[in-house]
Design a protein. Structure first.
Length: 346
């Protein structure tokens, strides 16, 4: 009789089996892997592309962002179940791949080379995200809200494309994201020495065309912070029947437009001892950066003993406030809250 106390092959990620059940429903890993081409000699391949892709996707979902983690995860029984490979063909190999093999996958190119035998189709990967979003809905949506966001991805070394960003006060990348609710439609890695809206028109043109091919009558609202309130993007929306709602950076001219409302809010705040706010909408244009006047909605708020004005620019008209309220039920940004409150006060 032999007694052992090492536990054998165990895992701390058994809950990941639920991820596997989800993947079997939507076939995310298989469809993602289909966007890659494998030019390796088949007889010599131990780890197929679907296994590599699944291993990396599930690893990230479980919080293992670094490739070095996979030198241990390659022996994890749950990871083997998720990746669909319980045993290796060779006796000297683990069921799953280590960091070096996964690194070669991540360094793949659009076209295969002598040292990079796995290539990828970038357009197919981009299309897959939108396809998954559309397939998640059994019926055609009447209207949807697409969120644009540029945020910092801090860097801690001397990576290629490293730049210092003054707003975030660190060296970082500045990726562009497009969401619809909880669905990710696009993620673009960009250096930080660019405008936050760079590339937004190209991404929106691609995504909107794909959505309207499936839902030709859907109404689309594009939403973003003040970094996206750019003439080119707003003009593109107006020329393509896309509504928009963008935050607008305040300046002295904008604040001057709501001086009376701020004075009223300050008086109410002093009397009640609680924050007070008033709303105003008006047409406005900067001196030289817009091609036309556009509707601006302002929140004149007085809180904490000081003014806190906020502004948004939107294509939505005053008469559309009922529809605005419907769209805004799930809005969480400062810009959307301003418009929602202004619509509700009409």
């Amino acid at each position: 009789m032999v007694a052992a106390f090492d536990g054998g092959k165990i895992t701390s990620d058994a809950g990941a089996l639920l991820l596997g059940a989800t993947d079997r429903t939507i076939r995310l890993v298989d469809r993602f892997a289909a966007c890659f081409s494998d030019c390796r000699v088949r007889e010599l391949v131990e780890h197929a592309v679907p296994t590599l892709v699944g291993q990396r996707v599930f690893g990230i979902a479980l919080g293992y962002e670094d490739l070095v983690d996979h030198d241990e995860l390659r022996h994890d029984p749950v990871m083997a179940v998720l990746a669909g490979k319980l045993a290796a063909r060779r006796s000297d190999c683990a069921p799953l791949a280590g960091k070096s093999t996964l690194n070669r996958l991540e360094l793949s190119r659009p076209e295969p080379t002598r040292y990079h035998k796995i290539s990828y189709d970038g357009a197919a990967i981009e299309q897959l995200f939108v396809d998954l979003f559309l397939e998640a809905h059994s019926q055609t949506a009447q209207q949807i809200t697409l969120d644009l966001d540029a945020t910092d991805d801090p860097l801690h070394g001397h990576q290629e494309g490293r730049f210092f960003h003054g707003y975030y006060d660190c060296y970082c990348y500045l990726p562009l994201y497009v969401f619809c609710g909880q669905h990710l439609l696009a993620a673009k890695l960009r250096p930080a020495n660019i405008d936050g809206s760079a590339g937004a028109i190209e991404e929106m043109a691609r995504i909107v065309a794909q959505i309207r091919e499936r839902w030709p009558t859907v109404r689309i609202l594009l939403r973003g912070d003040s970094g996206f309130a750019r003439e080119a993007l707003m003009a593109w929306c107006e020329n393509n029947a896309i509504d928009y709602l963008f935050g607008l950076a305040r300046n002295t001219r904008l604040v001057a437009e709501i001086e009376a409302e701020l004075a009223t809010a300050a008086e109410l705040c002093q009397k009640s001892g609680t924050p007070a706010r008033r709303f105003k909408d008006f047409t406005w244009t900067p001196r030289d950066s817009w091609s036309r006047e556009r509707r601006v909605v302002a929140k004149a708020e007085w809180t904490g003993g000081e003014a806190n004005p906020r502004f948004v620019v939107t294509s939505l008209s005053r008469e559309e406030h009922a529809s605005c309220l419907t769209i805004s039920r799930t809005w969480g940004s400062k810009a959307s809250k301003t418009l929602r409150a202004q619509c509700g006060s009409m």
